[in-house]
Design a binder for this molecule. Sequence first.
Ligand code: FES
Length: 174
Amino acid sequence: MEGKKTRIPFNEDNYTHNINRNNERSLDRRGFMKTMVGAAGLFALSTLPWGTVAAKELLGLGNKEYPELAIAKVNDVKVGDAIEFHYPGEHDSALLIRLGENEYKAYQNACTHLRCPVFWSKGDGDLICPCHHGKFDVHSGAPTAGPPTRPLPEILVKVEAGTIYATRVKRYDA
Ligand code: FES
């Protein structure tokens, strides 16, 4: 009887026989890798909408509406001349070119190569970037010479009661 009381009811080895440290460690590594891949996936998914928005903005695909802005009086811009303005933000410099009695073109004038200011060369009839001899077609904003590959973002304008207004930034037909 006495011997029975002090006897351990089962083999102590039962507690530890199924622990294999090597397996445990490899399981941990695998678990860690799964967690990392999962976290990276979650991060990619969570940033995707913002990446898409940023890409749209950079490519000019966002078709945003901005408040109209009075640029100048018709009488203040001679045919063949250009004036500078800012649209849609106060730091978005732009050019309005009067090509004819009733023909206007306007572009944001940060060069699409490295953002030097593009200017209107009345004599050449071109929009010119002095930094790397870039040129843009005044009728379409498309690059015609030099390193730029993307057109200047066009600003749509309208004339009402003798005033020229910027109405919105046209999306690229990419
Ligand atoms: S910045 Fe305009 S051509 Fe390079």
